[in-house]
Write a protein that binds this ligand. Structure first.
Ligand code: PAF
Length: 291
């Protein structure tokens, strides 16, 4: 695996691959890689000839009171994991390479749809930071495909919408959520969970699963299911940010006759904010069922 810290260096190497007709797969990350990230690399490996991974902790997507300072930076260990996963190129730019004019006057890419709800409601500006850096990374790497984990479902939907709206010549690929043995979705932020709360930290996944089962049994009282979901999270000792049953594509509140729905949740533990989601296909029901 070759590691580059400059845009020119990486572009030079990838130009050769492109000239040779290779299909380039890209996995953008913020590092602190776990098995979930390695599964993204694996998927890119299966689908493409060349795999590029980026590690960049993007200050533009962190709010003022968020964890940019303490976000785990584990570059050497990440590099070893990526080499083991047969990644071909690692891009690890310093801040000045990505934001040479500073953050304040940086040109932004804004996706007005879907970004001020769910995670966007409690993290203002977050998705603007994501769409801006992902656009820059796409312009640098010029991948044929880019793989994003479904754990960050809203991010995936927003990036898809951005790529469609801006005619970006890249296929956005979704990779399934990787989970710990008790169901907790893998995340770099899981390391913030304290030992006493860890055994209960899978409550979000359990509640999402309970809502999915209710939906599969024909319960379409979405507000009541969301309310009961909130009660379950609070009874386990956590604070809920949101619990929402949404249309999988638009992330608007699910309509009675939507067939592709995603149940999304976010909750606060003592020291971490955890997110998770489950997507399911509902059987179409006739008008008569609505009564
Ligand atoms: O999902 C992440 O790790 C980040 O939001 C991303 C896509 C690498 C952009 O910084």
């Amino acid at each position: 695996m070759k590691t580059f810290h400059t845009i020119d260096g990486l572009r030079g190497a990838l130009a050769g691959e492109r000239r040779a007709g290779k299909r380039i797969g890209f996995v953008p990350t913020m590092g602190n890689l776990h098995d979930g990230h390695l599964a993204l690399i694996e998927l890119a490996r299966e689908r493409c000839d060349v795999v590029v991974c980026s590690i960049f902790v993007n200050a533009l997507q962190f709010g003022l009171n968020e964890d940019w300072d303490r976000y785990p930076r584990t570059f050497e260990a990440d590099q070893e994991k990526l080499a083991g996963a047969r990644c071909d190129y690692l891009f690890h730019p310093p801040d000045r390479e990505m934001y040479p004019n500073g953050l304040d006057s940086q040109t932004k890419v804004v996706c007005p749809a879907m970004t001020d709800v769910l995670c966007g409601a409690s993290r203002p500006g977050h998705f603007e930071g994501v769409t801006t850096v992902v656009t820059k990374l796409f312009n640098i790497v010029q991948p044929d495909e880019a793989v994003f984990g479904a754990k960050d479902y809203q991010q995936l939907a927003v990036v898809r919408r951005m790529a469609e709206d801006l005619c970006m010549p890249v296929e956005i690929v979704s990779a399934p959520i990787h989970r710990e043995s008790d169901g907790l979705a893998m995340s770099s932020r899981n390391r913030y969970i304290t030992a006493p709360e860890r055994p209960r930290a899978n409550q979000l996944q359990k509640t999402l699963q309970w809502i999915v089962e209710q939906l599969q049994h024909g319960n379409r009282d979405y507000p009541e299911l969301e309310k009961q979901g909130r009660e379950q999270i609070e009874a386990a000792g956590f604070q809920l940010d949101y619990m929402a049953i949404c249309n999988s594509r638009t992330l608007e509140p699910a309509a009675f006759d939507d067939s592709e729905v995603t149940v999304l949740g976010a909750m606060y533990t003592e020291s971490a904010r955890l997110i998770d989601n489950l997507t399911l296909t509902l059987e179409k029901r006739g008008e008569a069922d609505a009564e």
